[in-house]
Design a protein around this ligand. Structure first.
Ligand code: SAM
Length: 520
């Protein structure tokens, strides 16, 4: 018997399909929970090491502008679809540090966190770790739809950026972004271009489903039909497609029409052009775009597809700009610098930074080492784990993942190793940006300090935990033990009383009541 099918959409042009609206609906409905609950992954693309890589590129770009004498006007750094804000935090931390270390004159800059989800913008604006940057005037927040947006209203400063307003190039960041906005899809065969259409179906009644469930349950059927010419109004886009017609055969190919339109709109905001730094799963080499079968939608709460950086790079060149793309093969975490700037070849410091921080060893390589670490974690020794944490620029998500092994290997360690581990934990905390997620990093670090016999430090971290999550019985229990170890009897008794009042049913407090305060 044939099972019932529910057709949601019939023969719709891929870029106009309902899936893109469902994606937007998903982000709107979830807000920061999308990342807080670990549904949409972000550790790969928004960790501290990635933030450092971006900061190195941005700093080099600022130095290039300074070399051209452009030191007075502010440079705006617009992050598109910033989502959770964690990448911005990492970038700002590393950038501030680089500026302090080098102490060279560079133009002032202001980082703009943007998104289309109001809840995310509120989260950015009220986040305690961002307040210092708002006060310094180096951070702002804006609603910005990257597909339609042609002006930016900054919510903190009140400034409105209109076309041609900026006297410095605009620097845009598109991290894990271009895969989330509508893309065109073509089928190339025998030097002919076809449009791709989709029919969407589910086996269960879609009326009962929200965006997240629908995205999970949808089945695609692809159809193709010969494209009518001209395909686009913009002749450059048609030229790129014509090139593909000659270069590829029998392949499905994503074409980032909306992404390129976004670049055009952003470029209009400045008298000096645009540089985009973008990272995503994608391809930039033509051979990777060959013989691609019907694309698979990747769902992880939201959905995404691979990004065609080759098209972004070609577009840049055709407009007289420069694109920096990985020189060696990689495992497809691509980091691109798209420079639509007057005389973009003269941005030598940016190019050198790209060589060092992407081509020599970059986020894609680091990700490989991270996978290796997880595979061999059970055999890793303390210093090896610390080495990895240092390489990650003290990334907190890596720390949380290696913590079980760290606890194992730190049971019997020397004084020097304890000190090194303590330094590592302080630095990891310094790089941590809270999403108020389930894992309480401060509490975990506090526990590690307690186990190492650093009771004052443990107390500091238990306090950080209280600041973020409020009082819990476990936090009380551990703090009281610290007071006991430090022989702070008055605090011991006072805190125990408060703990019992707040959590009268917590049995472990009985053990504390029986501790001997006179023991030597
Ligand atoms: C996959 S998430 C990436 C979040 C973050 N950039 C990261 O690296 O993890 C995509 C983000 O883009 C936002 N977004 C989706 N469509 C957008 C659009 N048209 N303009 C601006 N932001 C958009 C979503 O709200 C979401 O925050």
């Amino acid at each position: 018997m044939e099972s019932k099918r529910f057709e949601i959409e019939t023969h719709t042009l891929f870029s106009k399909s309902l899936i893109w609206q469902l994606n937007r609906d998903y982000f709107n409905a979830q807000g920061v929970d999308a990342w807080r609950k670990g549904v949409v992954p972000h550790q790969l693309t928004s960790n501290s090491m990635v933030g450092k890589t971006y900061a190195e590129l941005i700093f080099a770009f600022l130095k290039d502008l300074a070399d051209k004498g452009q030191v007075l006007e502010k440079v705006y750094i617009l992050e598109l679809g910033a989502g959770h804000g964690r990448l911005a935090f990492h970038i700002l931390k590393h950038l501030e540090r680089l500026k302090e270390q080098e102490n060279v004159v560079v133009p002032p800059c202001c980082y703009i966190l943007s998104d289309i989800v109001e809840e995310n913008l509120k989260f950015f604006y009220s986040h305690p770790q961002f307040q210092v940057y708002y006060k310094k005037g180096i951070l702002d927040v804006a609603y910005f739809d990257a597909i339609e947006g042609k002006e930016i209203l900054l919510r903190h400063s009140g400034l409105k950026i209109l076309p041609k307003d900026l006297k410095q190039p605009l620097l845009a960041i598109a991290n894990y972004f271009f895969d989330s906005i509508p893309s065109d899809l073509f089928y190339f065969k025998d030097k002919k271009i076809s449009n791709c259409f989709v029919t969407l179906e589910t086996s269960e009644d879609p009326k009962e489903m929200d965006a997240e469930l629908l995205l999970k349950k949808i089945d695609f059927n692809f159809q193709t039909a010969p494209a009518a010419y001209p395909i686009y109004q913009d002749t450059i886009l048609n030229e790129i497609l014509e090139d593909y017609r000659e270069l590829v055969f029998d392949t499905y190919l994503f074409f980032p029409h909306k992404g390129l339109q976004c670049l055009q709109n952003l470029k209009q905001l400045s008298q000096q052009g645009l540089m985009v730094i973008s990272m995503d799963k994608g391809f930039h080499e033509i051979h990777d775009l060959e013989n691609t079968k019907i694309p698979e939608m990747i769902t992880h709460g939201s959905m995404s597809f691979w990004v065609n950086y080759h098209a972004f790079g070609t577009y840049c060149k055709k407009l007289g700009g420069t694109s920096l793309l990985p020189s060696s093969s990689n495992f497809h975490l691509e980091l691109a610098c798209l420079m639509l700037l007057p005389d973009s070849e003269s941005f030598t410091k940016t190019k050198i930074a790209y060589e060092r921080f992407v081509n020599d060893f970059g986020p894609d390589d680091f990700n490989g080492l991270k996978r290796f670490t997880y595979k061999h974690l059970a055999k890793m020794e303390l210093l090896e784990i610390i080495n990895m944490l240092r390489l990650s620029s003290y990334d907190s998500s890596l720390f949380v993942n290696v913590l079980p092994q760290l606890k194992q290997v730190s049971q019997h360690i020397s004084f020097n190793e304890r000190t090194r581990l303590a330094q590592t934990m302080h630095k990891t905390w310094d790089m941590y940006f809270t999403l108020y997620e389930y894992e309480d990093l401060a509490f975990e670090i506090g526990g590690m300090f307690y186990a190492l016999g650093f009771y004052e430090e443990a107390l500091d971290y238990f306090q950080f935990s209280i600041n973020l999550y409020g009082h819990t019985p476990d936090e009380y229990y551990n703090r009281i033990l610290c007071y006991y170890q430090l022989r702070k009897d008055a605090l011991f008794l006072k805190t125990l009383e408060a703990a019992i009042t707040s959590f009268p049913d917590y049995k472990k407090f009985d053990y504390l009541k029986n501790l001997d305060l006179t023991a030597v």
